[in-house]
Design a protein around this ligand. Structure first.
Ligand SMILES: [Mn+2]
Length: 306
């Protein structure tokens, strides 16, 4: 069969499963319009797919054979050049379509603004939803550089417009006074922040587990702004911020967060033009594969590798 010798090098992991058979769907959202510093995140879906083809598919954290499970790669959402509002509507409608088909969706951004659109689709289906965000920043400004749809305002817009049941922000090592005031004035049952600066200690892992407890049986959307991880390990980001976690520490934390109720995950702000040696793209691809394995393990499905 000649097909065994061909591959789609632009699909996630290199071989794509049919939409109907797949539980996991990968989609690119190359929105790169409202960033304040350096651009290039629209290149991330391509870079992450390329990196994914060189990773093994036996997961490290859950010992699941993801090669046997597979992903459907839905391609990239078509962005309307220069029109952020229309582009955001398209992201929302594509993500809603995937979720309504009963799939788990992995969204490769794009800048963090992608999360606003994708989470709107999510919360319209799951009113009680928990949004778990890993981010060096708080993204809670009312506006930034005159824009209300800036990546620096995305969490604030999500809270106002999509009304999540609960937001847990993990990270927030680089915040402004305005954002600290906003956090202090917020209802803790709606917005909780676990500040992570530097090394992730055992106590910090316990704190995250405790805060996440209220979301245990609720539908969860996990948003990973890759700048949560230290720029030494994730240099290809829009706004690098020192004193981040190592990838090992990040995987410790996310493995406490992910369970069978995670229906969507996005990875945002990967910026390939600044990604020396493709370090950040590989990390992004690894996160998707590992989280899929963790979900499957909790669902009691999938075959073990070892
Ligand atoms: Mn962010």
């Amino acid at each position: 069969m000649y097909l065994a010798k061909t591959e789609n090098r632009y699909s996630f992991t290199g071989f794509t499963k049919g939409f109907n058979e797949a539980l996991f769907v990968v989609v690119g959202a190359p929105l790169d319009m409202a960033s304040s510093y350096r651009g290039g995140s629209s290149e991330a879906p391509r870079a992450v797919r390329e990196a994914s083809r060189s990773l093994e598919l036996c997961t490290a954290l859950s010992n699941i054979d993801m090669e046997a499970i597979g992903f459907h790669d839905a391609g990239d959402i078509v962005i309307a050049p220069g029109d952020i509002i229309e582009s955001m509507k398209r992201i929302e409608s594509v993500v809603r379509g995937i979720l309504e088909s009963g799939k788990r969706v992995f969204i490769i951004g794009g800048e963090h603004t992608v999360t606003l659109s994708a989470f709107k689709a999510f919360s319209s289906m799951y009113s009680d939803a928990c949004l778990i965000v890993f981010d060096a920043h708080a993204d809670l400004r009312d506006e930034y550089l005159g824009s209300r749809y800036s990546h620096a305002s995305v969490l604030r817009r999500i809270i106002e417009e999509a009304k999540p049941g609960k937001v847990v922000l993990i990270g927030a090592r680089a915040v402004s006074r305005e954002e600290i005031e906003y956090i202090k004035a917020s209802d803790r049952s709606r917005l909780e922040v676990v500040k992570v600066v530097g090394r992730v200690t055992e106590d910090k892992i316990k704190e995250v587990s405790k805060v996440i407890e209220v979301c245990r049986s609720r539908p969860k959307y996990v948003s990973v702004d890759i700048d949560f991880i230290d720029p030494a390990y994730a240099p290809g980001v829009q706004t690098p911020e020192p004193l981040g976690a190592t990838p090992t520490e990040f995987f410790e934390l996310i493995s406490r967060v992910v369970d069978e109720h995670v229906y969507a995950l996005d990875i945002v702000e990967i910026t390939p033009p600044y990604d020396k040696s493709e370090i950040t793209a590989f990390l992004g691809a690894k996160i998707i594969i590992e989280v899929a394995g963790l979900i499957l393990k909790k669902l009691g499905g999938g075959a073990n590798c070892w």
